[in-house]
Design a protein around this ligand. Sequence first.
Ligand code: KG4
Ligand code: ZN
Length: 339
Amino acid sequence: MKVLGIETSCDETAAAVFDGQLGRLLAHRVYSQVDMHAAFGGVVPELASRDHVRKLLPLIQETLAAAAIEAHQVEGVAYTAGPGLVGALLVGAAVGRSLALGWGCPALGVHHLEGHLLAPMLESPAPQFPFLALLVSGGHTLLAEVRGLGQYHILGASLDDAAGEAFDKTAKLLGLPYPGGPALARLAGKGQPGRFKFPRPMLDRPGLDFSFSGLKTAVVVAIRGLTLDEATRADVAAEFQQAVVDTLIAKCRRALAQTGLPTLVVAGGVGANLHLRQELQRLATQCRVAVFYPRPEFCTDNAAMIAYAGCQRLMAGEHEDLRVRAQARWPLDTLRAAG
Ligand code: KG4
Ligand code: ZN
């Protein structure tokens, strides 16, 4: 089954084709709106929706051409139905649902976070179920026990800011351009952790929840009254990144011990962070577990993960009526096992 995937939940317009029989991705394309939103220091939802309208259909055409297939060969359409910006979601949902109707094939609304969780499946070798997943994106931070497709047991989550959000807000404090996460990571590479001392939130308490808003406050307090020259900014960035990574690693270690799961999977935009990847590798060696992560372009928002997740569910016989689905909020643990 060849499935067209569509992703428009935030500020990336993306399309991809996954072939379920071959078990591989035929093509994928991402158009990022970051340059447009950068002038405003963050995503402007209305502008995001309008730009998806402009870009989505040409991007789908380009993706089908790259996959070397004609529209009539598409056997299913998977679109991100939530969670996300509702206007942005509606663009992908309306286009996806309509194309499927016109092409006479089934359509399915996919959960954005299920896409992220399954993104490592696009790599070779792919992880086997069950695994522990650390999902660290701009909107969510959670640890989940993944027993199978749609079988997600949430072990812990952020009580306030997501890890990516903390990166973005701290980057803004340091005067870095939007999107802050990658820029802050680059700056951190030029500095030394330790000159500033930031907390490792929630490590003194049992459990697997996270909290990152206090870390941002610690940065505000630390830089108050300081001249923010390049070296100082780099040292703040390095200590901030170290504090986030230490916290994520400690919680992963605790979750691995608690569940006894043999495999750790990392997904979501912050999963592209090289320092985090290095430390996770070290943790995996110490704990004797295997660690898997998607290539960096499949950590951040993309349609390959949506095409993959949708393809698995469509191949299991799932289908939907003609309703166009877009849900700003959609708890991950309300999903059902595939089939
Ligand atoms: O998964 P994603 O593309 O979008 C959401 O679904 O939220 O994640 C985007 C988040 C942003 O907060 C961005 O700053 C962060 O991931 N991010 C990074 C890096 N690359 C992206 N954070 C730290 N280091 C990176 N290299
Ligand atoms: Zn995402």
